[in-house]
Design a protein around this ligand. Structure first.
Ligand code: NAD
Length: 421
């Protein structure tokens, strides 16, 4: 597993540890996931046959609280990716200062090839297999790539049937009518927008001078694009899993989304001038002032990092940049606002949803939005100050903050130094 995604992710922990006094017990505790469960989900298909799907759930570390993390449906999902995503969630929850550890789950499936009824049976089968593993005080899933509010609603319903009473707090990102929170749907994109605008003076960003390219055009990406567009930023490129469009004259993200919803692709969407149809890989390298990777991990690698022209990257996707690419970007002065800060808005509003479910008392959208800002802005400020003070990249500064918090929780149980004295 020397070059696995997980091994690469763990490098970031060791980089951060160099800038803190961390008891070796803490690093030992964070070396491997706490527990990982694999299952095979048997699903009755519409044609009467049965098919099995591989599925996983990993709880990385629960020292700071119940574990939290999304469920991904993707044909390439595998245990290495799930462990890595759970590791990142542990650090993201600590960056956002939520009382959670990190987790992640997934099913290896091309959900676009399933009928709605097959998708429902698969989602319920996931909960049947993992019902003993998840729970409102143990491990709380949420949506991720190719899962949405309806999938979360089916899962909450299945879990409630198993335990014999409504249990909405078992999962977040649910439809509003089933205990979802106002403001959850756009929380990830909005969180990225809040952080960018909060740091804009330090970053030298101004809306009218900033041309934005986004990779992916799903939940996280669309909401960030529309908020930036509303503020006067110019969106000049977007993509989906099949294609990309680029127009230096700009485009209206609302119109692009309308086109994507009708045609299942951004290709052919209306733009202000004449759009160039290019590949996803080409889009990443196009000239722009702000690049927002918002699709999958490991898109910016040592192979293409030198050709990325954007001086600023806002990582809405989890893990879009490899550690080797980080080094190349850092050497050429590119500033990267790291995933564990940039996309923490989603898990923060998931936390709000969970607290509302537990209290049975629901907040207004304005309350959700203002509390989201209250949670994220101080973290962005501290991370920026740490970067300046210790002369670190924003990513290492964010890992330092998270590790400090996790280490504090681990050390509160007593460390090697305590027991030796
Ligand atoms: P989504 O399913 O809504 O959208 C994913 C988008 O990526 C789609 O537009 C899809 O066409 C595109 N895509 C898929 N494969 C691609 C590829 N190979 N190249 C380019 N585009 C591709 O998913 P989402 O919820 O927006 O998640 C996107 C990223 O944001 C993921 O990395 C996810 O882990 C991360 N994220 C999401 C949330 C959330 O609350 N939704 C929170 C934190 C992080």
């Amino acid at each position: 597993m020397a070059s696995s995604m997980f091994a690469k992710a763990r490098k970031r922990l060791h980089q951060a540890a160099k800038h803190l006094e961390v008891d070796p017990d803490v690093l030992e505790k964070l070396k491997y996931p706490q527990e990982t469960l694999a299952a095979s989900l048997m699903v009755r298909m519409d044609d009467g046959s049965r098919r099995s799907f591989k599925a996983w759930r990993c709880r990385y570390d629960d020292t700071r609280g119940p574990t939290k993390g999304g469920i991904r449906y993707h044909p390439k999902v595998n245990i290495d990716e799930i462990m890595t995503l759970a590791f990142w969630m542990t650090f993201k929850c600590a960056v956002a200062n939520l009382p959670y550890g990190g987790a992640k789950g997934g099913i290896s499936v091309d959900s676009k090839k399933l009928s709605p009824a097959e998708l429902e049976r698969l989602s319920r089968a996931y909960v049947m297999a993992f019902a003993r593993f998840i729970g409102p005080d143990r491990d709380i899933p949420a949506p991720d790539v190719y899962t949405n509010a309806m999938v979360m609603g089916w899962m909450a319903d299945e879990y409630s049937s198993i335990v014999g009473h409504p249990s909405p707090a078992v999962i977040t990102g649910k439809p509003l009518a089933l205990g979802g929170s106002l403001g959850r749907n756009d929380a990830t994109g909005r969180g990225g927008h809040i952080i960018l605008r909060h740091l804009e003076k330090e970053l030298g960003v101004s809306p009218d001078k900033t041309r934005v390219v986004l990779q992916g055009f799903g939940n996280a990406s669309f909401h960030c694009a529309r908020l930036l567009h509303d503020d006067g930023f110019r969106i000049i490129g977007v993509s989906d899993s099949k294609s990309a469009i680029y127009d230096p004259d700009g485009m209206d993200p609302y119109a692009v989304m309308e086109h994507k919803t009708a045609n299942r692709t951004v290709s052919g969407a209306p733009t202000n001038g004449k759009a160039e149809e290019i590949s996803n890989e080409q889009l990443l390298e196009k000239e722009c002032d702000l690049l927002i990777p918002a699709a999958l991990e490991h898109q910016i690698t040592d192979e293409n990092a030198a050709r990325i022209s954007a001086p600023l990257i806002l990582e809405l996707a989890n893990g879009p940049t490899t550690p080797a690419a980080d080094a190349i970007l850092e050497a050429k002065g590119t500033i990267v606002i790291p995933d564990i800060l940039a996309n923490a808005g989603g898990v923060t509003v998931s936390y709000f949803e969970w607290t509302q479910n537990k209290a049975g008392y629901y907040w207004s959208e304005d309350e959700v939005r203002s509390r989201l800002r209250e949670f994220l802005v101080p973290q962005a400020t501290v991370i920026w100050q740490t970067k300046q003070k210790k002369e670190l990249s924003l990513r290492t500064a964010a890992y330092v903050l998270a590790l400090e918090r996790i280490a504090g929780a681990v050390a509160a149980h007593g460390t090697r130094a305590y027991f030796r004295s």
